[in-house]
Write a protein that binds this ligand. Structure first.
Ligand SMILES: [Zn+2]
Length: 76
């Protein structure tokens, strides 16, 4: 029999259990991997701390979502 592959993506590191929570974590982490775009200059924003974002291009610091910028189009 073939070995089952993990379909759980980034949450695979937690192993068995926590099913529902893992699904939610995947949704969050998937958005994290998308490019976070600065709302001022469309440059690349970096997360300094939860919900604190810093844009390297225009040097603006702003608040948004804790794990990813709000109102962003996410590619699936
Ligand atoms: Zn910017």
């Amino acid at each position: 029999m073939a070995v089952k592959k993990k379909k759980i993506g980034s949450a695979g590191r937690f192993g068995a259990g926590y099913g529902k929570v893992k699904q939610k974590l995947i949704a969050v982490e998937r958005k994290q991997r998308v490019k976070q775009e600065c709302p001022f200059c469309k440059g690349h924003a970096k997360r300094e701390a939860p919900s604190i974002w810093l844009c390297k291009k225009c040097n603006k610091k702003f608040a948004s979502g804790a794990y990813h910028l709000k109102n962003q189009k996410t590619k699936k």
